[in-house]
Design a protein. Sequence first.
Length: 228
Amino acid sequence: MGSQEPLNAVWTTQSVLSTLPHPPEENSPSPVPFFHLLERLKTTKREGWRRFGIGHGESISDHMYRMSIMTLLAPPSLSSRLNVPHCTKMALVHDMAESLVGDITPVDTDVPKAEKARREAVVMDYIADNLLGGVPGGGLSGGEIRKVFQEYEENKTLEAQFVHDVDKMELLLQMVEYERAHEIDLSEFCHVAGRIQLPEVKEWAAAVLKEREALWKKKAAATTAASA
């Protein structure tokens, strides 16, 4: 599950870093150690699919990449009210803490939601202070990364609400794509569509669920024909 410990042991960033063969250098004036940390987002798989036998599925960075592209395609009725580049930045940052925390899903009851939030906040502090605190200039400081993450977590701005919706929408897309590829029923994830807030993203979700309905009707017809 990626960097989890029993709750009677206090989880710390250092407890995870101590297990890495090549932990990033801290307090460097270069962003290169931070770049190395991001590699873990490329290799850490999203856990929700593993329970269904999809062992070589999407990584965390796969998920965030498509989310980032999706923010750039916000419908005009929404993009006119949004800071779209800020949404894209938020999509790229929102799961960054999972580089050390791992992908903890709602079914992982051994790590309560509050503990998950604590771990992620600790990692974002580590990134902002220990990895990027001494990096000069640039278009994105460690402090700004932490601020964007906090905005997403608080979910009060329209930008944060949009990115939360896009997060759910990306999951729905992946759900249908895995159903097509692996011929498995992932209906457990359909409830996510009901948690989408903004009308424009609800329209996207409805389109995906319509695709899914057609997919399963086609499968049912093929099964009936094969057994006739």
